[in-house]
Design a protein around this ligand. Structure first.
Ligand code: PLP
Length: 405
């Protein structure tokens, strides 16, 4: 039976460094959060505590930032799409983003000024739903391309927002290449969360948009006088969320930075592979990337994300589908008085792996290296709810993907 594997990469972190880390200063991310607050659907998402679970495995506390309710689209992804599309429109209008509220951005007046702007994006589901959600409000045309094997539920959710969806017969990374070519050929705006050479502004805005959820969480902790986390688990696909989150956490905490762990599925563990090769470069994973963690099934780290993660993350973990399935079941059926949380395949993985770290003695060495003990406060991000309802039910009700299979 396949297990979790762990690799640590201790380094001297340079907190004065310039470069990509500057994109995630508190000031920059506050700007993104202020933009999000101008969206009528905005509400803070819950920061829950799993106190009884923590006690049961010998931790001090576990916080969960539950993104399933974000903007009514069941994942955190609208944070990035809205902020990037806001910046694209602000640039076209020649105004600073601070002066453009979401309401103004979607107004008829702005639409008349800009004329037709067509957007195109590649997605496993959640990002495309975010782009389609903003595109519908802008009353603009949106084309979404999805990798082969995309879940029917996820396709329907995007179509319901008026976007035209095409499911390709290639994997995520090859679908991105297709979208890039189509965007160039047709003059459409590519809204992609992964960066490549010469395409960094839009992914940077998306990452800043994602990072606002972490700033929001730190502000909630401050307000509720909660102890700051000693450990943070960040799941990565292309790493836009993990890179943005790691960036703002670095800037908020500097020398007191929590131990930061990057979390991936076995099948698409490109950050893990890059850490293993350890030459400072990105390394790719190819093939079908066949995992139930659809949002994490990406084999190529984004360039900005790698700049930040490669420099500031402490360790990497990869693991099997049954471990995230356990995470989904654990969230749904919590210990004693802990809250129940609906968490999907890519959302629950950090709890699934944390539980392996705390309870599986094959991972004792990793647990000790990480210093996970009764003084540890762990921050997890449940990045999605039940975005594939059929699979959610198969896993949580009917026990699909069991450790004992
Ligand atoms: C639910 C969920 N969690 C995490 C991620 C990972 O985000 P990123 O691709 O920015 O690493 C995704 C990406 O689609 C996702 O949908």
């Amino acid at each position: 039976m396949s297990q979790c594997s762990f690799i640590e990469q201790k380094k001297d972190k340079n907190f004065d460094q310039t470069g990509s880390i500057e994109y995630f200063s508190e000031r920059e991310i506050q700007k993104a959060l202020d933009f999000h607050k101008s969206i009528p659907d905005y509400a803070e998402t819950n920061l829950s505590e799993l106190k009884d679970y923590s006690k049961s495995v010998g931790l001090k506390n576990v916080y969960v930032k539950d993104e399933s309710s974000r903007f009514g689209i069941n994942s955190f992804k609208g944070l990035g799409a809205s902020y990037a599309m806001g910046n694209i429109i602000a640039e076209k209008l020649g105004v600073p983003i601070e002066e453009l509220s979401f309401e103004e951005m979607i107004s008829d007046e702005v639409r008349e000024k800009l004329g037709e702007v067509t957007f195109i994006s590649c997605t496993d589901g959640n990002h495309g739903r975010g782009v389609a959600w903003v595109g519908e409000k802008l009353k603009q045309k949106v084309y979404i391309y999805m990798n082969k094997g995309a879940a029917e539920d996820r396709v329907k959710n995007i179509e319901a927002l008026g976007a035209e969806v095409t499911v390709t017969d290639v994997n995520y990374d090859d679908t991105i290449r297709l979208v890039k070519e189509l965007g160039e050929e047709k003059g459409w705006v590519v809204v992609q969360d992964t960066s490549w050479e010469g395409y960094e502004d839009i992914p940077k805005w998306i990452m800043q948009g994602y990072a606002s959820l972490v700033l929001e969480a730190y502000q909630q902790m401050e307000r509720e006088q909660l102890e700051k986390p000693t450990h943070v688990f960040l799941q990565a696909g292309v790493g836009a969320m993990a890179g943005g989150a790691c960036g703002v956490i670095t800037n908020l905490t500097k020398e007191d930075m929590p131990y930061t762990l990057i979390v991936e599925p076995n099948e698409s563990a490109c950050y893990y592979k890059s850490a293993e090769v350890a030459d400072g470069e990105r390394h790719f994973v190819t093939g079908d990337l066949d995992t139930i963690m659809a949002g994490l099934a990406c084999g190529e780290p984004g360039t900005i994300a790698w700049d930040v993660i490669g420099e500031y993350a402490d360790a990497y973990i990869k693991g099997p589908d049954w471990a995230t399935a356990n995470g989904m079941r654990m969230y749904a059926n919590p210990v004693e008085n802990d809250p129940s949380i609906v968490s999907g395949e890519s959302g629950a993985v950090s709890l699934g792996y944390l539980n392996e770290l705390m309870t599986n003695d094959d991972l004792k060495d990793a647990r000790e290296k990480m210093g996970l003990d009764e003084n540890s406060v762990v921050l997890l991000i449940s990045t999605e709810g039940d975005t594939d309802k059929a699979n959610y039910k198969d896993v949580v009700w009917y026990g699909k993907y069991s450790k004992f299979e």
